[in-house]
Write a protein that binds this ligand. Structure first.
Ligand code: ZN
Length: 379
């Protein structure tokens, strides 16, 4: 008989509190409130917390340990920020309907924050962590800004750890994640020459005409057989309908598994840059890889098999999925540390107003996480 890990009423009360605080990455006060909540709960457990302020414009990050240690048996990663702008929590506050909870960040990853806390609290009260060193690192700069400020620190923690467990949500079908695409991002700025479209058309150099060629060439660089996608996500340019546009901009998101694919796409951009179609325009490209791909190592695969076995023993079923989305697990996996992702409760619709959490998954996913950590610290 498994012990009860979650007081579900209390869990949902706390989840409501966390979801109803706007905590967009660029708004340090909100993430600060989430951090204060998490800090207090871990202090109640007697854990040691170091608050890290990596940059003024983001909230605090928390480095939490059960005992001070040189090395950790398990590093747990989750983020306290969301993608939702200020005012979203007021507009679509926490709600429950048809077995689901909704609200900004409910599954990405506020429920994950709570599940980690409840599971560690249960393991501690069962005396299972007395000889284990656990580290929890919660950041506030994950969403949209690729953990820009906290990444080096979380990788340094991963390198001191036997394995990394990430509390992003279980996928909508319940799958865990052991593979993720890498992400590269670029900003393209074309400079042409503006001129009156009626009086002085021929002396103009259209930056929009030039960027149109970039857009088509980049979109066409998508290669689904290698699972490489190129998405020109935003485009802007020009100042007036009656002026030849002197400037244009585009932002490009590339998802990939193989590093050679990034080189291929950068070569496409270099060629476009060297040979403009609209003579007299110049292009500036900024950017590069923001997250490496997460590729399961032999050690990660071994851990996956152990987790499969645990799932069968406790009757929690799931498969394994590769995800096109990035996570902090990508950095630890690239550093060679066995990394398992999506160990939070199950849900979907992340980054949209349709984001939801399957309420019935909270308990079984906490049981799964509990047994996984128990197994790791006992072996
Ligand atoms: Zn997330």
């Amino acid at each position: 008989m498994l012990m009860e890990i979650v007081d579900i009423k209390r869990y949902l009360r706390q989840l409501e509190y966390l979801v109803n605080i706007d905590s967009v990455s660029s708004e340090p006060d909100g993430a600060g409130k989430i951090a204060a909540f998490m800090r207090e709960r871990y202090e109640d457990l007697g854990w040691k917390i170091t608050e890290k302020k990596f940059f003024d414009s983001i909230g605090p990050c928390l480095h939490i340990v059960n005992h001070p240690a040189e090395r950790y048996d398990v590093l747990i990663l989750a983020h306290m920020d969301t993608v939702f702008p200020l005012g979203t929590a007021k507009k679509c506050p926490f709600s429950k309907r048809d077995g689901r909870a909704m609200g900004p960040g409910v599954i990405d990853c506020k429920a994950g924050l709570l599940s980690g806390l409840y599971v560690l609290s249960a393991l501690q009260s069962e005396q299972l962590l007395n000889n284990a060193n656990i580290c929890v690192f919660l950041n506030s700069d994950h969403e949209g800004i690729s953990s820009r400020y906290s990444k080096a620190y979380s990788v340094s923690l991963a390198k001191k750890s036997r394995c990394v467990l990430v509390l992003e949500a279980g996928r909508a079908n319940g799958d865990l994640v052991n593979q993720r695409k890498g992400i590269a991002r670029y900003h393209i700025a074309i400079k042409g020459k503006s001129a009156h479209a009626g009086i002085d058309y021929t002396s103009g150099r259209s930056a929009i005409e030039e960027i149109a060629r970039w857009i088509l060439a980049l979109q066409e660089a998508t290669d689904l057989t290698r699972e490489t996608t190129v998405n020109v996500g935003t485009v802007s340019g020009g100042t007036s309908i009656s002026a030849v546009p002197g400037e244009a901009h585009a932002a490009v998101d590339v998802r990939y598994y193989e590093h050679e694919e990034v080189a291929r796409i950068e070569a496409v951009m270099r060629k476009l840059q060297e040979m403009p179609r609209v003579e007299g325009t110049t292009a500036k490209v900024e950017g590069g890889i923001t997250r490496p791909p997460m590729i399961p190592s032999a050690e990660t695969k071994k851990l996956c098999r152990t987790i499969d076995q645990i799932g069968r023993e406790i009757g929690v079923s799931f498969g394994w999925m590769a995800s096109g989305g990035g996570s902090d697990g990508s950095f630890s996996a690239a550093a060679g540390i066995p990394t398992i992702d999506a160990l939070g409760p199950v849900g979907g619709g992340a980054h949209s107003e349709a984001e939801y959490l399957e309420l019935a998954s909270i308990e079984p996913r906490c049981q799964l996480l509990h047994e996984v950590i128990r197994h790791i610290v006992q072996h």
